[in-house]
Design a protein around this ligand. Sequence first.
Ligand SMILES: C[S@@+](CC[C@H](N)C(=O)[O-])C[C@H]1O[C@@H](n2cnc3c(N)ncnc32)[C@H](O)[C@@H]1O
Length: 383
Amino acid sequence: MIKRLPLEERRGVIPVSAIVLFITAFTIANSNALLTKPSNVPTSMLSKIISGNRSFLRMMTKVSSPCLWSVPVKTDSQWDVDLYQQQHSYVWKYGSSLIDVLEKELETSIVSCQQHPSNRLRILDVGCGSGELTKELFLRVNSKFNDATKDKNSCHLQVAGIDFDETMVHRAQKENSMSPKLVFFQSDVCQLSPIATFPATETNTAAETLGQFDAIVSNACLHWVHDADAGVAAMSSVLKPNGKFVVEFGGAGNVGAIVQATAQVIQKRQPGNDHGSVPFRPWYFPSIGEYTTILEKHGIEATSAVLYDRPTPLDDGKNGMKNWLNMFGGPLLDNFIESTSASVSREDVIAEIVDLLRPTLYSDSEAQWVADYRRIRVVGQKK
Ligand SMILES: C[S@@+](CC[C@H](N)C(=O)[O-])C[C@H]1O[C@@H](n2cnc3c(N)ncnc32)[C@H](O)[C@@H]1O
């Protein structure tokens, strides 16, 4: 049986060497004027490192990746990047229409950059995964500059992708080294900050401080961010005034049938398990009202928001739902499998869920699974 730690716990596990490095870096940061200590880590926390306080370790993993003073923490990847690229390409193919929206939103800025080639246009893709959509975005916007200026070097465009998952980021870096104007960094969205600094890598030749952007785009990521308030606050901090915000992710009711079938299987296997008094909410699927209120709170005005059904055909014929549960089902299954007796295998649980879903989401004649996706798309602007 494969047991997988829930993502939150995996993020809390830090090698001892990282703690030693952190203490060293922390000490240096406090004695060296060149390095800045982020205000969200008070010095009193240092004693807690020594006592091994678990919640502090969690916090450390969260603040670790973006800052110069901090220690990069190797996180256990949640994603099989090969499978993601081979069997889930519909994710970024659907995301492509977000680029149309973004191009429209950026029309004035693009024209202004065409007329004043010394202007700079910076776009950030949040939760970029293996970078397919980021690359498409880069090529499309870049071609506008080139059309106008006929000089590739005069385009002051930069497109950056950030992702929490190191294997995704490495793949994105490896497959998109065609231009220094397209860069990828590993960061949790909640830790984005204009002063976050990323060291040079094989592909990003110089260390880079994140700064602020003219636009943020994000596809199929923000439902993984349970602390939406922290995520939006951090994204807002890296948006310039009047910066554009174009995002799409799972909205209220997304994959409702899949969540319900899973709850049914869990109930059967663990009678009485109703996930406590907390509603079974493995992802963050907000309503329009909920999410736009959070945006407003952090200075982003929603100019349009839609919640819409988007039935999504899955790749790989009859294996589609099994693959989907294996790739994306972590938040549905991990806690349950962890807490159940060793006789339950992940494969068995997935097979049961697939059986329950077959009558509603599978077409026998077409050998096609269609997932009951419901997306929220929000376009906004930083005040
Ligand atoms: C389904 S993939 C979508 C990737 C890409 N946007 C696309 O359209 O193909 C979701 C991505 O969100 C990333 N992600 C999840 N939580 C995140 C967080 N807190 N900060 C940054 N990225 C996160 C995951 O690592 C994953 O690569």
